[in-house]
Design a protein around this ligand. Sequence first.
Ligand code: GLU
Length: 297
Amino acid sequence: MNRPRYVGRFAPSPSGPLHAGSLVAAMASYLDARAHGGQWLLRIEDVDEARAVPGAAEEIRDCLLAFGMRWDGDVVWQSRRKKRYAAAFARLESHTFPCGCTRREIADSRLSTGLPLSAGGDSGLLYPGNCRNGLAEGKSARAFRLRVPDPGQPDELVCFDDRWQGRICQHLASESGDFILKRADGFWAYQLAVVVDDAAQQVSDVVRGADLIDSTARQIHLQRLLGLPTPRYLHVPVVCNAEGEKLSKQTGARALDMSRPLPALRQAASTLRLEIDAATVPSFWEKATAAWGARFV
Ligand code: GLU
């Protein structure tokens, strides 16, 4: 029997160089692709060009190569794919509405209705639906949001079987809220770009950090509205600093030392619960791929 074709990807945002946290996501997606005999693609998620740091994407590429991770095919850049996002957005038109609220207004209206402030929606604020039925007079659109199904509607609950975390379910109305697809200044939201690109690149398996697990239900909902296939998902543990915050450039993560890959590779593997004893980078990957395959393939 032919195995279904496996396509995985690593999709870093070029906001800084790779660090110990992003290496774990890169490693997990690479190992899963290699253990399945599949392809591993590299997509630079520079859709928010204001956050992209010049030179960071090149540094990420050099670092992957120095650490022995070679991608298949050409690197894809989100900043060059805006036409595709616009086409998907046009297809979603009947589900979207312009929103004129600032973050402050969203926070204030949640407080005044006694609703919890956050539930993992855009930038942590659950949108209370202020502009759902039209923009208030004098307001102009700051963003375009996707109207999620109302509570109790069958498609409002989204569930998936995560290959690491098990079954995950999310109520879109109470845990995500109507979410942004496009800002009025032209920026495409991550949620839309990632769904369009995963489908265009025929990604069969998304392997990434568990910090993105809350986004997955929104992405599956978008796939369904656009008639796109849903990939399998696997969310790996994230690395935290001493204060328990997710390691990132903002929380003080240091760039990886490209001249000494083995210690960082071993450390990342141990976050994935793989204890790999290897004297060279090629033998590290050989052993790690076999260990990952024994667990997940
Ligand atoms: N660009 C996202 C990040 O760097 C990852 C997106 C994804 O893997 O879906 O956090």
